[in-house]
Design a protein around this ligand. Structure first.
Ligand code: CMP
Length: 138
């Protein structure tokens, strides 16, 4: 059993697709074991995306991520890191496969509706960034 962090980013909340994203998780037998709505500060967004701190998009990305409410979730299931990434589609919505969340709803490489951890080590860091163990259902 694996866990991953999912974020419905401020553009996803703004576009009203919280329910649709969650529906896709549940339709694919992915279990939500923790969930909350948060408004990240710029500093929180910078800490979350620290691995990207030298990228040219770091400043606009962290501005965007702290621009409004986001929904953070812990997903659980077999191979859920890869399965969630499949459901999300490629970072660039123009390269995302048909029927993926980003292909269906994103309009921008940065404002791409959802985030999902890319490996077990990043999932552990990212889950711990937003949730303590009492907030995650076992
Ligand atoms: P995410 O999966 O959250 O991981 C890093 C984020 O940086 C990514 O989604 C996008 O929101 C953003 N991002 C990645 N590449 C670019 C890029 N080339 N230009 C702007 N934003 C990007």
């Amino acid at each position: 059993m694996e866990r991953t962090l999912s974020i419905i980013k401020p553009d996803g909340v703004e576009k009203g697709v919280i329910g649709e994203v969650i529906r896709r998780f549940e339709a694919n037998k992915i279990k939500i074991v923790a969930m909350k709505m948060i408004c990240m500060t710029k500093a929180q967004a910078q800490g979350f995306y620290a691995v990207h701190k030298d990228r040219p998009f770091f400043d606009t990305l962290t501005d965007f991520m702290s621009s409004g409410p986001a929904v953070v979730m812990v997903l659980e299931g077999e191979n859920v890191i890869a399965r969630n990434r499949e459901l999300m589609g490629a970072t660039d919505y123009r390269k995302a496969a048909e029927g993926t969340i980003r292909r269906d709803f994103a309009t921008d490489i940065e404002k791409n509706i959802v985030h999902g951890s890319d490996a077990p080590e990043t999932a552990a860091f990212e889950i711990g960034y937003f949730f303590n163990r009492f907030e995650i259902m076992s």
